[in-house]
Design a protein. Structure first.
Length: 180
């Protein structure tokens, strides 16, 4: 087979084109391989790692503790304010009560010991006991200010070493009364 110069020229051009196409294909393959290698060396964005996760957990815990401390501090500050308001109101009420008692002529608190009767509903009725204490001291009327209760039992209950039982009952006494 004879090779004519035209055929040799066509063969050269084809070889040249094939070589260039091969170079382009090799360049693309090399670039793709480099890109794949770089991606394999990068850590994935979704998995930050154990230490980063623990660090983020500590940061969130500190933020939660700080927020709780701020809430507690605010409650304490409000409690102090509320206590101050209540104390001022109590002092004002005490002053008003002292002024009212001071303005009432011939009013005294009298000490005594008078037993209260039992009302029909079973509760102690100490109105008559307060009147009785005040009348003994020369006043006309009175209201109970302080009362005392005691469990009263027969002597044989106490001698048996008990201090309560079915035969024991509660008694209420007026120990101080506001008399006029």
């Amino acid at each position: 087979m004879d090779h004519t110069p035209a055929m040799i020229d066509v063969a050269r051009k084809t070889a040249s084109r094939t070589g260039r196409v091969g170079l382009v294909v090799c360049a693309l393959a090399l670039t793709s391989a480099l890109a794949v290698a770089q991606e394999k060396t990068k850590p994935p964005a979704e998995d930050p790692g154990f230490f980063a996760t623990v660090g983020r957990w500590f940061d969130q815990s500190v933020d939660n503790i700080n927020a709780g401390a701020r809430r507690k501090r605010d409650r304490v500050l409000n409690l102090g304010h509320d206590a101050g308001v209540a104390a001022r109101a109590t002092v004002d009420s005490a002053k008003d009560a002292a002024d009212a008692v001071g303005r009432i002529p011939n009013t005294r608190v009298v000490v005594g010991h008078e037993k209260c009767r039992i009302a029909p509903n079973g509760a102690p009725d100490c109105i008559a006991a307060a009147y009785a204490i005040c009348k003994k001291k020369g006043f006309k009327t009175g209201k109970s200010v302080d009362m005392t209760t005691a469990e009263v039992c027969p002597a044989d209950v106490y001698l048996a070493g008990r201090n309560s039982g079915p035969r024991c009952h509660t008694e209420t006494f007026v120990s101080r009364a506001l008399c006029q």
